[in-house]
Design a protein around this ligand. Structure first.
Ligand SMILES: [Zn+2]
Length: 81
């Protein structure tokens, strides 16, 4: 699945909740650009879309989501800079 923000191919995922598989409505953090997308389904095909304004607002208020994003940004900065 390609990131709706940067277009990079996200060809794997790791789940940090108890859910085993990605599902429509689940948040997806792009490893490349560190932006959140939302899993959605078109017919039987899962894809990642940009969050709606409401979803974006919810993500910005979710401490775990923001902490995870900050950790990824920090990890990438320490590794590649
Ligand atoms: Zn991206």
């Amino acid at each position: 699945m390609h990131c709706p923000h940067c277009g990079e191919l996200n060809d794997g995922q790791t789940n940090i909740t108890s859910e085993r598989q990605p599902y429509p409505g689940a948040a997806a953090l792009c490893f490349y650009c560190c932006e959140y997308g939302i899993f959605d389904k078109d017919e039987d095909q899962l894809y990642i879309r940009r969050p709606t304004a409401m979803e974006k607002s919810e993500l910005s208020l979710d401490r775990d989501a923001q902490n995870l994003r900050r950790e990824l940004i920090s990890y990438k900065a320490s590794r590649w800079n």
